[in-house]
Write a protein that binds this ligand. Structure first.
Ligand code: GLY
Length: 340
């Protein structure tokens, strides 16, 4: 029996802030397509294309912050609840909209995840234009600033170099040079249509200055996104490695399956991540996680929540309903900020 649900689209704040010079943001676009009868995943992808293409957004798609070699490598994944299908790409270069390639993997292959050159070749064969460089002047300039700071220290051994590179990147973030939403920048978008059809998707340039070839949580089903059509959809932004360790989006959907509200399920996911964070390099002076991570959670009844590890940094998420697009507050697990 088809359900009757009030349609809703939620995402992190990039789905509200960026319009790529147009009239609407991601959640508005996706919502308007859903209510006009479009497939829920098609609608989310059309929405996510807006921040992917926006040159001002430095954590997603075109102009995303590059890897340590200065190359923009993108990750994306999507799940379509009604058909139980999934598709993803990791470390793909030269294509501004990895979300469209992830959807093509879902629709046109027997696979779930294509990586690197194979993913790019797949896209080229489908007619996607391949660009030599997805940097903008802004993303290249920030990478050059990172390089200047790193190289000035003349590293003596690889371990020291790796640690210093990460610390300098964090320093640039705390100084406000890089928005926190860009360092681990990602769009995580989820929607439900009036018939109960659900989908979820991510798109990201991953952690800034990452080791070339690094794939984060965003292209991994169960981590970046998990959708079970009768239960709910969850996805994340923030430090991907913390999420990958416990496949937290899957865990959150399983919590909803046991009856938890999206807010309680998301907080339970954050508690799991906090419990798994035991390495001293990942802990702040209070012994708590030295990073932020957020989850966006929607259930099959159309109830939703946005959760974050900390109260600081981005404090809101994007929602679009019949009342239009708006920001709503994120629910933090911990007070203060990761850097305290
Ligand atoms: N959550 C984005 C990343 O870690 O790549």
């Amino acid at each position: 029996m088809p359900q009757t649900v009030k349609p809703v689209v939620i995402s992190d704040l990039s789905g509200y802030r960026f319009k790529n010079g147009g009239p609407v943001c991601c959640v508005e676009k996706a919502f308007s397509l859903i209510v006009s009868g479009a497939d829920v995943l098609d609608a989310l992808v059309a929405g996510v294309n807006i921040p992917e293409l926006d040159p001002e957004e430095t954590g997603i798609g075109y102009g995303g912050l590059p890897n340590a070699d200065g190359v923009v490598q993108l990750d994306s994944c999507c799940m379509h609840g009604p058909t139980r299908r999934a598709g993803a790409v990791a470390a793909i270069e030269g294509i501004r909209t990895p979300s469209l390639v992830a959807k093509a993997v879902l629709e046109q292959t027997d696979h779930h995840l294509l990586c690197g050159k194979g993913a790019q070749d797949f896209a080229r064969n489908l007619g996607f234009p391949i660009e030599v460089d997805l940097n903008t002047a802004k993303s290249r300039g920030l990478w050059l600033e990172w390089k200047r700071r790193v190289d000035a220290q003349h590293y003596l051994d690889p371990a020291r170099k790796d640690r210093a590179g990460y610390e300098i990147a964090l320093q640039m973030m705390w100084e406000g040079l890089i928005p926190e939403g860009s360092f681990w920048g990602t769009i995580s978008c989820h929607g439900i249509g009036p018939n109960g059809a659900m989908a979820g998707m991510t798109s990201t340039s991953g952690t800034a200055w990452k080791i070339p070839g690094r794939a984060g949580d965003s292209p991994v089903i169960g981590a970046g996104v998990y959708v079970d059509n009768g239960v709910g959809s969850a996805g994340s932004t923030g430090r991907g490695e913390a999420n990958l360790y416990a496949l937290t989006s899957f865990f959150i959907v399983e919590c909803m399956r046991r009856g938890m509200h999206p807010k309680d399920a998301g907080l339970e996911g954050l508690r799991r991540i906090k419990a798994n964070t035991v390495e001293s390099r990942l802990l702040n002076s209070r012994g708590e996680p030295a990073f932020n991570i957020r989850f966006f959670v929607l259930n099959a009844r159309g109830q939703y929540a946005g959760l974050s590890m900390y109260a600081s940094g981005e404090t809101a998420f994007a929602v679009c309903t019949e009342n239009g697009a708006e920001m709503q507050p994120l629910e933090p697990l911990l007070p203060g900020s990761p850097g305290d």
